[in-house]
Design a protein around this ligand. Structure first.
Ligand code: G6P
Length: 369
């Protein structure tokens, strides 16, 4: 078993560290840096019908749902198609609106999650075009969709999903670019720029992995806190949700992820000197707004751990702790910020002596409703 873990203490730790490789494998062969084109191995019929779709629904559960929430930003930005993202167990019990102009994207690491599979079958019957993003080759969801985009994360053993998430996000990023190029809502020049940045992500992620010791020190300091709050905006709002989920899943510490701007409508009441608050405040379109949230937390004596862009001197002076990640376009910062939260959750659970890979009450894949 030690050999399978390649010297790591837990599968989760190994899988966190495999993310640069997993990303390289996932994006390989899907783009041309020269032309700015993006390629997907979709059926010919589906490629044609993608030109006529008027809206997109992304459905998933758990961490895969968080990837879907990030994907919405990409598709709406690059392809200008309205996207709705829903939790499979909610979506499937509504009065669904679906026809051949709907593209339905099911995201599932295992490809076997019962609620996601059911939702997919329902809209497929109603005529929707169905694409899945799966990690397990030949899984039910992969087999039943019109086309499948495989993430090449490799087997994910840890119950808490890590490399499946980042490879799902990379797949959504490229797929959004593909749609954007097809509809010409994204220029070849813009596409080349984003591809260049995407290709640089695995290296920048290595840099975040090297912050392991620094993040472990934070875990030592705060692992006994009873609650955590995670805040983020825009593409990093889903990362706040994912960071909180990771901590809950494996360390059993209560954590809440929230859109930073919504803090004043509730969670602000929880802030006191005992509450550690992760604020994802990398540079980009919402930096100033998120920086004011840091001040609001500090004004109420909360403990701020800010995930910032390297060289950010402004927040370094305001937050209690900072985790600096490399400077990348806001859209792509999620790979770096989520990894920092994964490492933190991992160390909390490990330091608390918990079963990191097999947390109580959780299953790797939920095949019952
Ligand atoms: C379970 C797992 C999660 C996963 C979710 C969805 O809850 O513990 O890690 O995100 O199922 O699984 P899927 O295989 O559909 O992505």
């Amino acid at each position: 078993v030690m050999a399978e873990k390649a010297g790591y203490r837990h599968f989760m730790q190994k899988e966190i560290n495999e993310q640069p490789r997993a990303l390289i494998d996932t994006i390989r062969g899907k783009y041309s840096l020269e032309s700015g084109d993006v390629f997907f191995d979709l059926s010919k019929d589906l490629k044609e019908s993608l030109k006529d779709i008027t809206r997109i629904v992304i459905v998933a559960c758990g961490t895969s749902w968080h990837a879907g929430l990030v994907g919405k930003f990409y598709i709406e930005k690059f392809a200008r198609i309205p996207v709705e993202v829903d939790i499979a167990s909610e979506y499937r019990y509504r009065d669904l609106i679906a026809d051949e102009k709907l593209l339905f994207i099911a995201i599932s690491q295992s490809g076997e999650t019962a609620d996601t599979l059911s939702a997919m079958r329902m809209v497929k019957k109603m005529g929707a075009k169905v694409i899945s993003i799966c990690n397990v080759v030949g899984s039910s969801i992969a087999r039943e969709s019109h086309s499948v985009i495989y993430t090449h994360a490799g087997p994910e053993i840890g119950v808490a999903s890590t490399k499946a998430f980042t490879t799902q996000v990379a797949s959504l990023f490229l797929f959004a670019m593909y749609l954007g190029r097809q509809r010409e809502t994204m220029s070849a020049g813009e596409s080349r720029e984003f591809l260049k940045e995407l290709v640089g992500i695995p290296d920048k992620l290595e840099h975040v992995l090297r912050l392991d010791g620094e993040i472990e020190d934070l875990a030592k300091k705060y692992k006994d806190a009873s609650d955590f709050l995670y805040l983020g905006r825009n593409v990093n709002y889903p990362i706040a949700l994912e960071g909180a989920l990771k901590l809950k899943e494996i360390s059993y510490i209560h954590a809440e992820g929230y859109p930073a701007g919504e803090m004043k409508h509730g969670p602000i009441a929880l802030i006191d000197s005992e509450l550690p608050v992760f604020v994802i405040a990398v540079k980009g379109s919402v930096y100033d707004k998120t920086a004011s949230n840091v001040e609001e937390v500090k004004a109420r004596d909360g403990i701020v751990i800010a995930i910032v862009t390297e060289g950010d001197t402004e927040l370094a002076g305001k937050a209690d702790h900072i985790i600096e990640v490399p400077d990348v376009p806001e859209e792509l910062s999620v790979f770096l910020t989520v990894t920092a939260t994964q490492i933190f959750a991992y160390h909390c659970a490990n330091l608390l002596g918990l079963d990191v890979d097999q947390p109580r009450n959780l299953a790797k894949s939920v095949t019952v409703e």
